[in-house]
Ligand binder design. Structure first.
Ligand code: FSO
Ligand code: SF4
Length: 540
């Protein structure tokens, strides 16, 4: 196996024996093969579109879900990948038959084998290292990881019945293009175009979420527990949460959010449920302790899954892109209703959660809420009460080096406000950093996909202050990344013209020295230093 798609990759170079995430070599290879056949079907759909044909929602969704399933910590189940490959080969065959001219199809589009041993042989030849030139490999993978992130956001929108043919067509064409002999310059253009599609994908999801659940609003989220049996829901899928809340209503079973589900508490149409108690625990990587003490069943709607301990494995359920061998998967796709009865009945037999925290935290500062406070914020900037906004969005993770972000948040001057989104927030959202004239110093916009909100806020402030360039705002970016959703957020920010982003705790292993150089020279991308040096750099 060879995988270097996430920040925790072994030795900062690549996992070759087993994933640090827990992915086995067999699963790594079958994921590579799924990406390969997804490139193949994307070639076919791209050629069908060129012939003026329409691709069905179902086929678009199949491609999107394929990519999402291969994101770090989403799915560890070998059989799921085999089945997705079979489904993709079936769909591909059907679509090829619709082509007027199939003569130009590449071997990638034509490949079709169902024998698991033959599939494994093939998988060994189509992974990341199949591209020999390290710069071409780097740019292809940067594009693919961006597309994986985009697929996640697109899938969440699809679940709420929001689709974008433009985003789907781009995703498929770009994936197809990663199999073509493009030059370095063409690939750089593809990377930036992926960022543009990222902005569109996040805007789509933003409309889906706000159109369905209302605009997030300032909310105090309870961190304590009640004395009822309960279900913990994690991952990012708000439509799953909505259905779970509907189905648990009046059953005596409470629901708590975990990790990236915390922002669900900010939406009017979700927080109205009396049995949505609050948030239990912290970022994804703490689940071994927190799932243990929760006592009840846990529903993983997406990544990030940490391979579960036997002591609570029977309480883990998965749905959507998520999967783990031996854990019950609840089926259901866009347009269908998921049946959570088994989880609810399971919860009734479990003890109520053990309290691990108390009090509340405040969030809900997505674009609409922040713009409602714009006058107050602009005034604070004009009087110097707020001197700088520091965007600290992204991911949290296990590595000790990530304590940098806690120390950095603590060391910030009192006139600095943190804008955050994603699970990165757990490094500082419980530090009680206070407020500036009533504006909290940590403004949580929501999930990683709500980084879009931060971009909207920045563009609005640029307009209010009458600035030519977004980079003239009193705004700095110190972003933490972990997996591929952070890659699309980064590419989206680059597309929007944001410069001098600091990215940590380490730079991606998939950036070759030359590609890293291009990013440094054209966008001023940099890593992180010591807390002291970085505070000096940002505030001098
Ligand atoms: Fe975190 Fe995991 Fe949301 Fe990621 S839970 S690390 S960027 O999946 O998606 O922020
Ligand atoms: Fe390694 Fe990350 Fe790939 Fe898992 S996802 S195998 S930790 S690089």
């Amino acid at each position: 196996m060879f995988c270097y798609q996430c920040q925790e990759t072994a030795g900062c170079t690549g996992c070759t024996v087993k994933g640090v995430c827990g992915k086995t070599p067999e699963v790594a290879r079958i994921q590579d093969l799924l990406v390969y056949v997804t490139k193949g079907i994307s070639e076919v759909t791209t050629k069908l579109r060129a012939e003026g044909k329409t691709i069905s929602k179902e086929d678009n969704h199949l491609i999107t879900l394929n990519l999402f399933t291969t994101i770090t910590n989403a799915n560890f189940d070998f059989d799921v990948f085999v089945q997705r490959i079979y489904n993709t080969l079936d769909a591909k065959k059907r679509l090829i038959a619709q082509l007027d001219d199939a003569s130009s199809l590449s071997p990638v589009a034509l490949w079709d084998e169902r024998d698991v041993n033959v599939m494994d042989e093939k998988a060994r030849t189509v992974g990341v290292l199949a591209t020999e030139n390290e710069d071409i490999r780097s740019l292809r993978e940067l594009t693919i990881y961006g597309l994986k992130g985009l697929s996640a956001y697109s899938k969440h929108a699809n679940m709420l019945d929001y689709d974008s043919e433009e985003v789907d067509a781009f995703l498929q064409e770009a994936l197809y293009k990663t199999t073509q002999a493009l030059s370095v310059d063409e690939l750089i253009a593809l990377v930036l175009a992926t960022g543009e599609a990222g902005v569109k994908g996040m805007a789509l999801l933003d409309s889906a979420n706000t159109g369905t659940f209302g605009n997030p609003e300032i909310t105090e989220v309870n961190l304590g527990v009640r004395n009822n049996p309960a279900i913990l829901i994690s991952g990012h899928d708000l439509s799953d949460l909505k259905e779970l809340l509907e189905q648990t209503k009046g059953t005596g079973v409470d629901v708590y959010t975990h990790s990236e589900m915390l922002p669900a508490n900010y939406y009017p149409e979700l927080k109205k449920y009396g049995n949505l108690v609050g948030n239990y625990g912290n970022a994804w990587w703490k689940q071994k302790e927190e799932f243990e003490s929760f006592n009840g069943p846990i529903l993983m709607t997406t990544n990030c899954i940490v391979p579960p301990k036997d002591s609570y494995k029977d309480r883990i359920y998965t749905t959507g892109s998520a999967g783990f061998p031996g854990c019950k998967h609840i089926p259901g796709e866009a347009g269908s209703t998921k049946d959570f009865t088994e989880i609810i009945e399971h919860a009734k037999k479990c003890a109520s959660p053990t309290q691990i925290e108390e009090g509340t935290i405040v969030g809900g500062f997505a674009h609409n809420q922040v713009l409602a406070l714009a006058d107050q914020i602009v005034e604070a900037v004009k009087t110097g009460a707020i001197k700088k906004f520091v965007v600290m969005a992204g991911c949290d993770g296990r590595q000790k080096g990530r304590n940098y972000y806690t120390d950095f948040a603590k060391a910030l001057p009192k006139e600095a406000v943190i804008l955050t989104a994603g699970c990165a927030k757990y490094k500082y959202n419980k530090l009680n950093l206070g407020d500036i004239n009533g504006i909290p110093r940590v403004l949580d916009a929501g999930q990683c996909n709500d980084s879009y909100s931060l971009a909207v806020i920045a563009m609005k402030l640029q307009e209010v202050f009458g600035l030519e360039d977004i980079n003239d705002l009193p705004l700095v970016f110190n972003i933490a990344w972990y997996e591929q959703k952070a890659v699309i957020v980064l590419l989206a920010l680059l597309f929007l013209g944001v410069k001098n982003i600091h990215l940590g705790p380490t730079l991606p292993a998939f950036l070759s020295p030359n590609v890293a150089k291009v990013l440094v020279e054209n966008f001023g991308i940099a890593g992180i230093g010591t807390v002291e040096d970085d505070i000096e750099l940002f505030f001098s």
